[in-house]
Design a protein around this ligand. Structure first.
Ligand code: G6P
Length: 618
C-alpha cells in the first residue's frame, strides 16, 4: 500500500538522503512506483524500486526539505506519469497522497474548464490543481503569501472540497520549509525532532530520527516547519495533542540474519506466542487477565453474541476464534469479512460485541466494519498488533498482539499471535460464563507449552524445504482439514497462492466430495491436516478417497502417528496439543512449505506481486 514520507529541517542535513532512506523503510508496504520532490531541485519518479529512484537522481539533487512517495496503483496504471508527487500547472504545488479522491472526476472537469491541464490519470493530481486554483483566487482577491498563511488557506479550502480517503503531504515551491499534511481515512504520523520535522504513513521511516510522534485523527491537518508543528481541524479549530513515545527499535524491523523477512517472522513464532501470553495467564486458577478489556467489563457481561470482522489472514484467525469461543466459552460467534459486513444489513445491537482483528490496525474494510458495528450500538473491540493504529484508537477496548512489526507482506507471526490472543479471550470470557476452573487450567497450561512445541516444528525446516523442492513443479494444490483446522487449510492455501503464485484451494474435508475431488489426479497434490483429534478418523477416510484417485498426499500428523505414513506420500509431524490450540501448531509447517516453495521458484517472497501489506483502500 502507498507510503508517504516528508521532511523539513534546518540542521543542514541532506533531505534527499533522508527521504530515500525513509522510502526504503516503507518498501515493505508493497508498491509499484516511487517518486520524490524537493523544492530546491524538482521531482524525480520511477516505476522501479527505490534503488532505481536513487540511481536516477542527478548529482545536484539537493535540498533541506521534500516529500516522497511509494505508489500502489488505484487510479491509472503503474507508470512514471502516474507516480507521485503530482504537481499543479505551474509546477509549484506538489502533493503525495494515499487513498482515493472519490469526486476527482467532477473536480477534474471543473478545473479543466477553468483552464487547468492535467498530466496524469491519477485522482491525486486534482488536489494540486485545486490548491493552485484557490491560491490564484486569493491573489486575485488581493491576498499576499505572508508566513505561508495563503498556502495553508488554499490547502484547507481544497481539502474541504474533496471527498474520499486521504493521507497527504503538500508542499509549495515558494515556501520550501513548510509542509502540510492531512488525514481522512489513511494514517498520518508526525515525527517531532529537534530543528526538524517528519510526516509519514507509519512510524517506520521516522524512528531512525526520533521516537516522539503524533498521530493525526480523521479530519485533521498538520503544518510542519523545521522548528514548529501545528495541528488543526478542517474547520480551522486548533487541536492540542500530546506526543507519543514509540518504543520499538528500527532494528526490530531488520531481517535478523535470515534471507527473507518472512522466514525471520516464521522463526519468531515461539517468541511471538510467548509475548502475546506474557503476563496474561494465571494457570493455577485457570484465568486469563486482559488489562485492555478491564474498562469494558460490565458491557462484556451484557453481550450475547460476537461478530468478528477481519480481512485476509486475520479473518482465518477469526474463524479459528469462532470455533474456540463457541466450543469453550459457549458464546455465539460469527465471522465476517470486513468488506462484506460493512455493506450488508447485519443484525447488530448493544448486546453484540464486534471484534476487529488486524495486524496493521489500518485495514480500511475492517475499520469500516467496526464503525458500522458502532453505529448500531455494538461494543467494539480490537485484536491489533500495531499500537496507536486507527483500529486500536477507535475501538472501545482491545487486546494488543505484541508480535512486533511484521514486515513481510504475507502474514505469518501475526496469525499465530492473533489465534493466541483469541485463545486468551476464550479463557477470559469463558470463565465469566461457566467454564470450569479445571478447563481454564487445562487451556492455560497447554498455551504455555506452545512455544516449545513450535520450536520443535521449526527444527524440521530442512525437511520441509526438501519437500517444497519435491513439489515445486506442481501447479495446483488442495488443502483439506476439519473443524478447528479448516481455517488453517484456507490459510495454508492462501499462503501458497500469495507468495508462490501457485493455484491452491482450501476446503473443509467434508465438502471435498461436493466438488473439489473432481480435480484430483496424479498431478494434483493435497495437503491434509490430520492431527490426532476428534475428527481424525474422518480425515483418514478423506485421505483414502484422495489416494483412490491417485492424488499425492502430504499429511500434517501428530508425533508418533506411524500409521498415516503408510497412507500418505509425505508426512510432517507436529507435537500433540489440545484440539483447540492445534491450529497454532499446524499452520507453522504450512507457512514454511509456502515459503520454501516460493524461494525455490526464485520469487520475491517478501514483496509478492500485486499485494500490499497494509490495505488502506477498499
Ligand atoms: C493484506 C495482507 C495480509 C493481511 C490482510 C489483513 O491483504 O497482505 O497479509 O492478512 O491484509 O491485514 P491486517 O493488517 O488487517 O491484519
Amino acid at each position: 500500500m502507498c507510503g508517504i514520507f516528508a521532511y523539513t529541517g534546518n540542521k543542514g542535513k541532506e533531505a534527499g538522503k533522508i527521504l530515500l532512506n525513509g522510502l526504503l523503510s516503507l518498501e515493505y508496504r508493497g508498491y509499484d512506483s516511487a517518486g520524490v520532490y524537493m523544492p530546491e531541485s524538482g521531482s524525480v519518479k520511477t516505476t522501479g524500486a527505490v534503488a532505481e529512484l536513487r540511481r536516477k537522481l542527478p548529482k545536484d539533487f539537493k535540498g533541506t526539505s521534500g516529500i516522497a512517495h511509494l505508489r500502489w496503483a488505484t487510479h491509472g496504471e503503474p507508470s512514471e506519469k502516474n507516480a507521485h508527487p503530482h504537481a499543479d500547472c505551474g509546477g509549484e504545488i506538489w502533493v503525495v497522497h494515499n487513498g482515493i479522491i472519490e469526486n476527482f472526476k467532477e473536480l477534474k472537469e471543473k478545473l479543466s474548464k477553468a483552464g487547468h491541464t492535467f498530466a496524469s490519470d491519477s485522482d491525486t493530481e486534482v488536489l494540486a490543481h485545486l490548491v493552485e486554483e484557490h491560491l490564484k483566487n486569493q491573489s486575485a482577491g488581493g491576498g499576499s503569501s505572508s508566513g505561508g498563511k495563503n498556502f495553508e488557506k488554499a490547502a484547507l479550502a481544497a481539502l474541504n472540497e474533496v471527498r474520499g480517503t486521504y493521507g497527504i503531504a503538500l508542499q509549495y515551491k515558494r515556501e520550501p520549509d513548510r509542509i502540510i499534511a492531512a488525514r481522512m481515512g489513511s494514517p498520518i504520523v508526525l515525527g517531532l525532532g529537534d530543528g526538524e520535522h517528519f510526516i509519514a504513513s507509519d512510524p517506520a521511516p521516522i524512528l531512525p530520527h526520533t521516537r516522539k510522534v503524533m498521530f493525526l485523527e480523521d479530519g485533521e491537518v498538520a503544518v510542519i516547519t523545521p522548528g514548529k508543528h501545528r495541528i488543526f481541524r478542517l474547520d480551522s479549530t486548533t487541536v492540542k495533542r500530546k506526543a507519543t513515545e514509540i518504543d520499538w527499535s528500527a532494528e526490530e524491523a531488520q531481517k535478523g540474519g535470515y534471507e527473507h523477512f518472512m522466514l525471520k517472522e516464521i522463526m519468531e513464532g515461539p517468541e511471538v506466542v510467548r509475548n502475546t501470553l506474557r503476563g496474561r495467564l494465571i494457570p493455577a486458577k485457570g484465568f486469563a487477565k486482559l488489562g485492555g478489556l478491564e474498562s469494558v467489563t460490565k458491557q462484556l457481561q451484557r453481550i450475547d453474541r460476537i461478530i468478528i470482522v477481519a480481512c485476509g489472514t486475520a479473518s482465518y484467525a477469526g474463524q479459528v476464534g469462532e470455533y474456540m469461543l463457541e466450543g469453550h466459552a459457549r458464546i455465539p460467534v460469527e465471522v465476517e469479512i470486513g468488506s462484506e459486513f460493512r455493506y450488508r444489513k447485519a443484525v447488530v445491537n448493544e448486546r453484540t460485541a464486534v471484534i476487529g482483528i488486524s495486524q496493521s490496525g489500518e485495514t480500511l474494510d475492517t475499520l469500516e466494519a467496526l464503525r458500522e458495528g458502532k453505529r448500531h450500538g455494538a461494543l467494539t473491540l480490537g485484536i491489533v498488533n500495531t499500537v496507536g493504529s486507527t483500529i486500536a484508537r477507535e475501538t472501545d477496548a482491545g487486546v494488543y498482539n505484541h508480535a512486533g512489526p511484521e514486515i513481510s507482506v504475507a502474514s505469518t507471526k501475526a496469525f499465530l499471535s492473533q489465534m493466541t490472543a483469541l485463545a486468551l479471550l476464550t479463557v477470559f470470557l469463558g470463565r465469566q460464563r461457566g467454564m470450569t476452573e479445571k478447563e481454564g487450567r487445562e487451556i492455560a497450561l497447554a498455551l504455555k507449552e506452545l512455544p516449545e512445541k513450535i520450536e520443535k516444528i521449526l527444527e524440521q525446516r530442512g525437511a520441509i524445504e526438501q519437500l517444497a523442492k519435491k513439489y515445486s513443479k506442481n501447479r495446483d494444490f488442495l488443502y483439506i482439514a476439519r473443524t478447528y483446522n479448516f481455517p488453517v487449510a484456507l490459510e495454508g492455501a492462501l499462503k501458497l497462492k500469495e507468495i508462490s503464485y501457485i493455484h491452491a484451494e482450501g476446503c473443509a474435508a467434508g465438502e471435498m466430495k461436493h466438488g473439489p475431488i473432481a480435480m484430483i489426479d496424479g498431478n494434483f497434490p493435497t495437503v491434509a491436516i490430520a492431527t490426532k483429534d476428534s475428527v481424525y478418523e474422518k480425515m483418514i477416510s478423506n485421505i483414502h478417497e484422495i489416494k483412490a484417485r491417485k492424488g499425492p498426499v502430504i499429511a500434517i500428523a501428530t508425533e508418533g502417528d506411524r500409521e498415516i505414513a503408510k497412507l500418505a506420500d509425505d508426512v510432517i509431524h507436529v507435537p500433540k496439543t489440545m484440539e483447540m490450540l492445534s491450529p497454532i501448531l499446524n499452520v507453522v509447517p504450512l507457512q514454511l512449505f509456502a515459503y520454501y516453495l516460493a524461494k525455490e521458484k526464485g520469487l520475491n517472497v517478501d514483496r509478492p506481486r500485486n499485494l500490499a501489506k497494509s490495505v488502506t483502500v477498499e
